[in-house]
Design a protein around this ligand. Structure first.
Ligand SMILES: Nc1ncnc2c1ncn2[C@@H]1O[C@H](COP(=O)(O)OP(=O)(O)OP(=O)(O)O)[C@@H](O)[C@H]1O
Ligand SMILES: [Mg+2]
Length: 123
């Protein structure tokens, strides 16, 4: 399952992932993967990977960091700034577009695949 998170700096992408992890019962701190590029989580029987690709310098960094091996059909991915590695990373099952409003945020949720549609139908 691959979820792209679109939106400007500060739109709330990391906050959304934090909310998902908290809802799953994750008790620890959820840091932004700004410098590490990825933070792994294991909670509620799920393996999640939270990527922030903003600081990726070029697309080859994806392969050289070994990230391709993470896509084993088992992990769940939240990817901030997917456009920084658009030819390297798998297609999104779900895309979430966040916009900053005067108060709060607007979230548009698009399902691109069958599994994505099953997921959003349960929201
Ligand atoms: N739904 C929301 N309503 C109000 N404030 C929010 C909301 N979501 C996030 N914020 C606030 O906006 C700020 C930036 O949020 P966040 O770090 O999640 O953005 P981001 O999209 O991950 O940015 P970046 O691209 O820099 O990683 C934080 O101070 C956060 O508390
Ligand atoms: Mg962020």
């Amino acid at each position: 399952m691959v979820i792209y998170l679109h939106g400007n700096l500060g739109a709330g992408k990391t906050t959304l992932v934090r909310g998902v992890l908290e809802a799953l019962g994750y008790p620890g701190r959820v840091k932004s993967p700004t410098y590490t590029l990825v933070e792994p989580y294991h909670i509620a029987g799920l393996d999640l990977r939270h990527f922030d690709l903003y600081r990726m310098h070029d697309e080859h960094e994806w392969d050289s960091a070994g990230f391709r091996d993470e896509f084993d059909g088992h992990n769940i991915f939240f990817i901030e700034w997917p456009e920084k590695a658009q030819n390297q990373i798998p297609q999104a099952d779900v895309e979430i577009v966040l916009d900053i409003l005067h108060r709060g945020r607007n979230a548009e949720i698009h399902a691109n695949t069958e599994i994505g549609k099953q997921c959003t139908a349960n929201l």
